[in-house]
Design a protein around this ligand. Sequence first.
Ligand code: HEM
Length: 217
Amino acid sequence: MSIIDAPIRADRNLSARFAGWRLTWALTLLIAVSATAVAVTVGGVAGANEGIRITARTSAVLFLLAFTASSAYRLWPNDFTKWVRRNRRYLGVAFAGSHLVHAGFIIASVVLSSARFKAGVERTPGGVYVLDTIAYGFLIAMTITSFDRIAKQMQYATWRRLHLTGSYVIWLTFFVAYWRRGITYPLFYGPFLLIVLAALVIRAAGKVKRKNAATED
Ligand code: HEM
């Protein structure tokens, strides 16, 4: 191996090591431990709310990577987009892990101050919680059916419909969450909203490219 090849090999080793179910576990543990450390340092209900916000953001990153994986690779084929596409299932399940921690912090915030949680619920349109709950339902169903043993027992068309519908429902949930915050605090939450919107554009552009390639063949 030449000196010039060394960094490329190291890069490949790294991307091979951080792959598959090991990647899912590593990300979920990292998120759980670091969000809990921050929440405990802040303390009380404010800490639990900090945990909710941190895990919502780690979830957004993981979900959007999985959501755009195939399209991003089609539009910009390179080592990174290839790695993301290959690991989209594991990133998707890591998103579920991160959102399990989100749920844990929500429960902690209710236990620590139900009055504060109730005040938040009163300020939030009911439809948001309905959508949040439906999204959690899809997230659970998509996670369970991400395991080969269960997926194999389903018809592919059903599996695909579940994952396609679920991914758009979850995208909409992030969009609504950041839209509501984006219009109130545009300087801080505007970029979050733009990233969520950009993911939809990437996905649409990837589909157009795939259709064009199919008609050229
Ligand atoms: C898949 C479903 C869900 C998604 C995608 C989601 C996503 C989000 C996002 C993006 C935020 C904003 C975080 C930030 O400030 O950057 C957030 C905050 C929050 N979420 Fe979730 N959420 C979901 C389900 C729920 C459910 C079911 C509840 C409660 C019943 C909930 C309670 C909260 C609360 C209380 C906050 C505000 C924390 C604060 O600003 O202090 N979420 N969520």
